[in-house]
Write a protein that binds this ligand. Structure first.
Ligand SMILES: [Zn+2]
Length: 274
């Protein structure tokens, strides 16, 4: 196991946003790990004893398993966020399963150590409170989307959310993975992807789905992706590239008041231009 001094403290936007004092609170407890696709970070009813920070292009999903073997994805978390003990304070039984969808590196730490660090630092606590709000917003919008919007738009929403985190139009997602995320059968999904391909929005390749034109995809999508993204950009003070990749979030200034956030943290310049 590497010492904390050898662990790269980059690649997760929450950690990247921290000042030196807050980093020093977390660094001794962070452990680097590699997570292959399919790694179960926690199962339903597990004690959530670890907080996981996906690095770079690692992506995990919170999944609700249903009777009969079906599963439905409720939230996607990549390098913009953290998993476990985010909304709760940790050590509570997990309500969902958490599975790594795009393999890669993560930093993990004991949830108790993070809780202590949040108590010791108002700025650290505020960053996680704001992130928890964004994660909840994503979940709430997923509920609305799953109930009200057609499967084609749900597919596009999910592909856009992947592109936000990966920054590429070649999305490493298999049809089995996508069917599982959306809670539909593989053959049904194949028909849906064929429709989107006929519309010129995607090209389905081997182990890849190419999102051909982000602007057209955003226009074809329901409002759910844009609403969740707008909330994240505003609450987290995030900035992104023109092709949608989220590059950074903003830590809370030590002297800022909660009521001044909307003045201090406007959407990033790229987001404002969208
Ligand atoms: Zn929707």
């Amino acid at each position: 196991m590497p010492s904390h001094n050898s662990i790269p403290f980059e690649g997760n936007l929450l950690l990247d946003a921290l000042g030196a004092r807050d980093r020093a609170l977390l660094a001794p407890h962070l452990v680097l790990a590699e997570c292959p696709r399919g790694t179960v970070l926690f199962e339903v009813d597990d004690d959530v004893s670890q907080v996981t920070f996906p690095l770079h292009r690692t992506i995990a999903a919170l999944i609700v398993p249903l009777r009969g073997g079906r599963t439905v994805e409720t939230a996607t978390v990549g390098h913009e966020g953290a998993i476990g003990g985010v909304v709760s304070q940790g050590y509570l039984p997990a309500f969902t399963r958490c599975v790594v969808q795009i393999e890669g590196a993560v930093l993990r730490m004991d949830a108790d150590r993070l809780r202590e660090a949040k108590r010791a630092s108002p700025t650290l606590d505020d960053l996680f409170v704001r992130y928890a709000d964004c994660l909840l917003a994503q979940i709430l919008q997923s509920v609305a989307c799953n109930a009200a919007h057609p499967i084609e738009q749900r597919v596009v929403r999910w592909l856009l959310s992947l592109q936000d985190r990966l920054g590429t139009d070649a999305l490493p997602v298999t049809q089995n993975m996508l069917a599982s995320m959306l809670g539909v059968g593989r053959s049904y999904l194949t028909g849906v992807l064929g429709t989107l391909q006929d519309q010129g929005l995607i090209v389905v390749g081997r182990g890849r789905i190419h999102l051909l034109d982000r602007t057209r995809a955003e226009a074809a999508c329901c409002e759910c992706h844009a609403r969740v993204r707008r909330h994240f950009m505003s609450v987290m003070g995030a900035v992104s590239t023109p092709d949608g990749e989220i590059l950074a979030v903003e830590a809370t200034a030590v002297s800022s008041e909660p009521s001044s956030r909307s003045e201090n943290c406007p959407p990033g310049p790229q987001e404002a231009a969208r």
